[in-house]
Design a protein around this ligand. Structure first.
Ligand code: SF4
Length: 355
């Protein structure tokens, strides 16, 4: 098994590069839209790349996997969780890489990204309002996070890598891909940690209880150990809760933004959760074994062109974006609600090259 890690050294990652990456991510969501038509619903050229997202999609509903990764369909409207998560990660990346938070520059970047998302064809006024509201959410989250963690993290850890991509070979021509938020070295004992950031609608006992089974993190740990022979000594897992407060009818966006930021600042315990997790070699072994079996199941479904529908998942995490296709059929009309993705895994860098 060979594993290639594509490192993005912290020191050389200039702000300009970060902005370019941000724009590239937003552009891939909102431009170059190819509207699918019935006759054009044909397998998407995607290769045998597996990500955690594709893996969990196949697990939750094979039909959803087929729409998303075999035909390469995605809803036309930008996904708000995807937009918020991407902007939040991008700002943390810039903040840790530069060692500081430039609030004005952050607001400008986030505003530009929201503006670009609002230009999406067919966007209604209420959709644009929803997107603009995310400016307050992202800036509030980043400012709150900065106040709570940045100074003490920079004192405790040496940042080795941010947003580093990796790929690991699997069986039967498949490879496993992902992007780690940060790899850090704890200064006091030189122990190696993965630092991950998540955003969540809520943080309750159930959410916390299942963190040790987070397969995304296990995948990063498994790939790291495969490449270097050294596993992470731990994973610093950060969860940031999205705000529950909503913009009041009489409130301007500026006022709302201030209220969100104040809430994060005054109530950090409500919004931020951090835990250090350890994964054993046995955990990583199990993950690696499962991954190999997993791709065989996908190959089987593709060979038979038989992707099962799991109706139990349709509303499990909000309404499935492909509900229209499942309920009304794949027609010229229903396909107008979707675009063809620019590549299978738009969340990953376009063409990573090994160092
Ligand atoms: S609507 Fe339900 S059955 Fe259809 S793809 Fe989505 S989760 Fe699967």
């Amino acid at each position: 098994m060979s594993v290639k890690f594509i490192k993005k050294p912290v020191a050389s990652a200039g702000t300009l590069d970060k902005v370019k990456q941000l724009w590239s991510g937003v552009r891939s969501m909102v431009s170059g839209v190819n509207f699918a038509e019935t006759t054009h619903l044909k397998p998407f050229k995607f290769g045998k790349q597996l990500t955690n997202s594709a893996r969990s999609t196949f697990l939750s509903c094979q039909q959803k996997y087929q729409y998303s990764y075999v035909y390469g369909l995605a809803p036309r409207k930008p996904s708000i969780p995807f937009l918020v998560g991407g902007l939040f990660h991008n700002e943390l990346d810039i903040m840790y890489s530069s060692g500081a938070l430039d609030v004005d520059a952050m607001k400008e970047r986030v505003a530009k990204a929201c503006e670009a998302a609002c230009r999406f064809p067919g966007m209604r006024a209420e959709d644009s309002d929803q997107i603009w509201m995310q400016q307050a959410v992202v800036c509030g989250m980043v400012k709150g996070y900065h106040q709570l963690y940045l100074k003490k993290d920079l004192a405790a850890y040496q940042i080795l890598e941010t947003e580093g991509s990796f790929e690991a070979e699997l069986a039967d021509g498949w490879s496993y891909h992902g992007k780690k938020d940060m790899v850090v070295l704890r200064k006091k004992d030189r122990k190696l940690f993965l630092m991950e950031h998540k955003t969540a609608g809520r943080i309750d006992a159930g959410y916390v209880a299942k963190l040790p089974m987070d397969n995304q993190i296990l995948g990063y740990g498994w790939a790291q150990r495969s490449k270097t022979g050294r596993k992470f000594d731990g994973v610093v897992y950060n969860v940031t809760k999205k705000p529950q407060i909503r913009q009041r009818q009489t409130e301007s966006l500026r006022e709302f933004m201030k209220r969100v930021e104040d809430d994060y600042y005054l109530n950090p315990g409500t919004y931020f959760y951090r835990e250090t997790l350890m994964f054993s070699d046995a955990d990583l072994d199990r993950f690696g074994r499962e991954l190999k079996k997993f791709v065989r199941h996908i190959d089987e479904a593709q060979r038979d062109n038989d992707f099962l529908q799991n109706a139990g998942h349709c509303t499990a995490m909000g309404t499935c974006p492909f509900m229209k296709l499942c309920l009304e059929g794949v027609t010229k009309e229903t396909l107008l609600h979707y675009r063809v993705k620019s590549r299978a895994h738009e969340e990953l860098p376009e063409a990573p090259t090994p160092d």
